[in-house]
Ligand binder design. Structure first.
Ligand code: FDA
Length: 311
C-alpha cells in the first residue's frame, strides 16, 4: 500500500513542470551524485564516455536524449536536432548505433504530423549508418497513436525501428501479436506510468504474470525480442524457457537501465547472455529520475543523503 502511494506521489512529481523548474533553480541543474548513478551525464560527451565504459564491460547500449512532453513545435524541433547531433557524434565515436526516442519529446502532444516528420528526420539521418531506433512507450493515452506511427513507418519500409510494450497494459498481449505478425521488434517492459484500472493491471502480481505470458510468446515467436527487466525471477524464467525450447541465446537480448542492479548485469554478461543498457543523458533528467525513485522507495533515502552530501 505504502509502495503504491509513494509510486503515485513520484508520478505526480515526474509530471510537474513547476517542481522541475524549482529543482533546476535551486542547485539541482545537474543530477545529484545519487542521480548520476542512473543518469551518467548531461552532455553528449558524457553520454558517449558512459556508453564506451558500458561496452568495455561486455554490454551493448542504447542512448537516450532525456526529455518528454514538449509543448511547442519549436521545442520538438530542438529535441529532433539534438538527436541529429547525437547520431553524428555516435557515428564519429565508434559507439554502437542504437538509440531510443520518445514521441512526446518530438511533438506527439502538439501535432501528430510534425511528430511523424521529426521521426522521419531522425530515421533519414540514422538509417544510412545502420542505426536501430527504438520508440519508447509512454503513458497509456499515447499508446494507440504511437503504435499507429510505428505501423505507418513500417509500411513505408522503415525496417530499422522497434517499439516498446508494457505488460501492465491490458491491451499489450494483443499488441504483441499484431506487431509480431509484421516482424516488428518489441522491447517488453512492465511499464513505468501510473495507469487507471480501466486500461492497466493494478496488482504487481498481475503485471508480472502478464510479463511472463508476453515474454514466453515473444521468445518463441517474436523478432529478436528484448526482455527489459531487473526482476531476477522473470530473468530466470526467460533463461529456463530458452533452454527448454532450444531458443538460441543470440535470438533475444536482455535489457536493463543504466545503474540498476549492476550485480545482475555482471552476472548475465558472465553467463554469456546479450545485455543492452539504456543510457540516458541530458538536462531534462527530472521526470526520468522521479520515475526511478518511484520504482523503489528505498532510493529516496539514498537520494536525501546524497543531497545533503552534495550541498
Ligand atoms: P520491478 O519494478 O518489479 O523491479 C525488480 C527489481 O529490480 C527490484 O526488486 C529492484 O531490485 C530492481 N529495481 C527496479 N527498479 C529499480 C530502481 N528504480 N532502483 C533500484 N532498483 C530497482 N517503461 C515504460 O513505460 N516505457 C519504456 O519505454 C520503458 N523503457 C525501458 C527500457 C529498459 C531497457 C528498461 C530496463 C526499462 C524500461 N522501462 C520503460 C521501465 C519499466 O517499465 C519499469 O518501470 C522498470 O524497468 C522497473 O521494473 P522491473 O521490470 O525492473 O521490475
Amino acid at each position: 500500500m505504502l509502495d503504491m502511494i509513494s509510486k503515485a506521489c513520484f508520478h505526480a512529481l515526474a509530471g510537474s513542470r513547476t517542481i522541475e523548474r524549482l529543482a533546476s533553480r535551486y542547485g539541482m541543474a545537474r543530477p545529484t551524485s545519487f542521480g548520476r548513478r542512473f543518469i551518467p551525464g548531461v552532455t553528449l560527451d558524457e553520454a558517449i564516455a558512459a556508453a564506451r565504459a558500458v561496452q568495455s564491460q561486455g554490454m551493448s547500449v542504447t542512448l537516450d536524449q532525456l526529455g518528454e512532453s514538449v509543448a511547442t513545435i519549436s521545442a520538438a524541433d530542438a529535441a529532433t536536432r539534438g538527436y541529429l547531433e547525437m547520431i553524428a557524434a555516435i557515428v564519429g565515436s565508434g559507439v554502437e548505433r542504437n538509440i531510443s526516442i520518445k514521441l512526446s519529446q518530438l511533438g506527439l502532444g502538439v501535432d501528430r504530423a510534425v511528430c511523424t516528420d521529426n521521426v522521419r528526420r531522425i530515421l533519414e539521418a540514422s538509417d544510412p549508418h545502420g542505426f536501430f531506433v527504438r520508440i519508447d512507450m509512454e503513458a497509456s493515452p499515447t499508446v494507440a497513436t504511437t503504435l499507429q506511427i510505428v505501423d505507418t513507418l513500417w509500411e513505408h519500409g522503415c525496417r530499422q525501428i522497434g517499439v516498446v510494450l508494457q505488460s501492465a497494459l491490458r491491451r499489450s498481449e494483443e499488441d504483441a501479436r499484431a506487431l509480431t505478425a509484421k516482424g516488428i521488434r518489441i522491447r517488453l517492459v512492465k511499464g513505468a506510468y501510473k495507469e487507471p484500472n480501466a486500461v492497466a493491471y493494478q496488482r504487481k502480481a498481475d503485471v508480472d504474470a502478464a510479463f511472463r505470458r508476453i515474454m514466453e510468446y515473444l521468445l518463441r515467436e517474436g523478432t529478436f525480442p528484448a526482455i527489459a527487466t531487473h526482476d531476477p525471477v522473470l530473468i530466470d524464467a526467460a533463461k529456463r524457457l530458452a533452454a527448454e525450447h532450444s531458443i538460441a541465446s543470440d535470438t533475444f537480448e536482455f535489457q536493463m537501465l543504466y545503474g540498476i542492479r549492476r550485480d545482475l548485469q555482471a552476472a548475465l554478461v558472465a553467463q554469456g547472455y546479450g545485455l543492452r543498457l539504456y543510457v540516458p543523458y541530458g538536462r531534462q533528467w527530472f521526470p526520468y529520475f522521479m520515475r526511478r525513485l518511484g520504482e523503489r522507495p528505498a532510493n529516496v533515502g539514498f537520494v536525501l543523503r546524497a543531497l545533503v552530501r552534495d550541498r
